[in-house]
Design a protein around this ligand. Sequence first.
Ligand code: PEP
Ligand code: MG
Length: 595
Amino acid sequence: MSESTLDEIIIKGINASPGICIGKAYIVDKEGVDVVGKYYIQGKKKRQKEIKRFKAAVKKAKDELRSIIDSSPEELQHAHILETHMALLKDKSLYGKTVETIEKERVNAEWALKTVVSDLKAIFQTMTDSYIKERASDIVHVSDRIMHNLVGAKTENIAAIDKRVILVARDLSPAETSQINLERIMGFITDRGGKASHTGIIARALEIPAVVGLEKATAQIKSEDLIIVDGNAGIVVVHPTEETLVEYEERKIEYEEYKAEITSESHMDAATKDGYQLEVMANIELPEEIESVRNYGGDGIGLYRTEFHYMNRPEFPGEEELFGRYKDVVEMMAPKPVTIRTLDINGDKALTNNSGNDEINPVLGLRAIRYCLKKPDIFKTQLRAILRAAAFGNVRIMFPMISAFFELRLAKRMLEEAADSLEKDGLPYSRNLDLGIMIEVPSAVITADVMATEVDFFSIGTNDLIQYALAIDRGNKQVAHLYQPLDPAILRMIKRVADVSKQKGIKVFMCGEMAGTPHHIPILVGMGIDELSMNPQSIPVVKRVIRSINLEDARKLVDDALKQTTAKNVFELVRDIFGDTLADHTYSGNFKLDQ
Ligand code: PEP
Ligand code: MG
């Protein structure tokens, strides 16, 4: 069937990364084998053969698991989960029962396995203990692995895709997203995910268009379907008509022209019309992004997310490797500042795909500084690497997810110990670096006056602050409409942190995604945020917006905004006062209320 005979479908999702791409879909199916056929196996010999086939699939699953366990470093501490999976492969209720079902029911191995697993799942799910209940997912993982081997399904290796395509997946983990080969993958769309998920952040860092939270894209789209991804508007068009295609080709050119135009002025300072100067910094995940930070005119690095050096690999990096990477970034940016955030692992950045984290609530669990304080060796390795890199340029250090004062004290003490150990080892390092914390948990907002006594700066991480303050999973599509940076609760929190910083004489920065969104800029300027940090692509437009407004007007806006009762009212206020200016200086798709 040719494209033109199929009806055009428009699917709305969440605009996770700007840009437009047009191309063939490539379905990434990583979620097991959904459709399993049933057939009867007549004759004893044939059934013996079928059992042998099942046993071979189990053996292959064991070998695969064993090699995953062997290549996992001790620190990952998920080996015990995989060992549990290993034991399940031999378990009577799964293994024995499937063999028995093939024999007794005279059915194929896939069908037998499927029935046994659904019976087991049903039993587990009736249990009241939530831990035991959760173990049903272990059975599903294990049986999926066997099922894949039985039907000969290949597991997707995103890095190995060798065609120019657009990925269509139910979900992509941050680790998978960071494996994307930019020469091949034009963009991606997913059924799940929210704007502030780390997957979206990586898409923006890679500068590929992405739309997430589409719900049923994988059901509506087949591999090879022609699709358009509009990452500005958060729309996907499947089987576009000739007319739509022409329209989007034009929009694509228009957007690329707009981007080239604002990029050409990115090296100008970001000062308001009445002369108030802000620094506009970049968030990076990998040293490779420094090039684009320079192209887009970043005044420094406001957030270096260091966890990506720990992902997609069997072992944690050592001090020399980390030192080398940090030193490269610091030297390339010198004399501009580089804010290195210590490891923010776990939460939605689980260490390995699926299996690194067996916490029921990982986002409220052993994440970021909590993880580091519990793993002093891993933390000290990183701290030593940062202190050593600090000898080569302008380094700041920042601790993520501080929720209690004692954590800050403890982290500082460990930093001192790391410095002492470098002194003892006679290695060059610098203690002369600014130290700050991320403000991303409500308790840190409330105790900001206490926290301020121990730091040189705060950096407000709105991605998590919104998540924790409004109780909204930042990656969950179902509640994405509630994820509002302009929510009165969030505005008041930012205002408090900014006011406390001024009173205590420390600097206040923002490095959450809110800082990179044009229509939030007047409010942030008016609140007195000293530095805004964002994905490099957003720097030119944010600088341009700053240059087009007055500090005085921005302050007045803040006074009025704080009197509003809903995010929508605040948005309308921004639109009424700054709408024309914003429309003149941004790409039209950027200016709308957050979804
Ligand atoms: C944040 O939470 O706002 C932030 C910048 O950190 P991350 O997105 O890495 O959690
Ligand atoms: Mg965060």
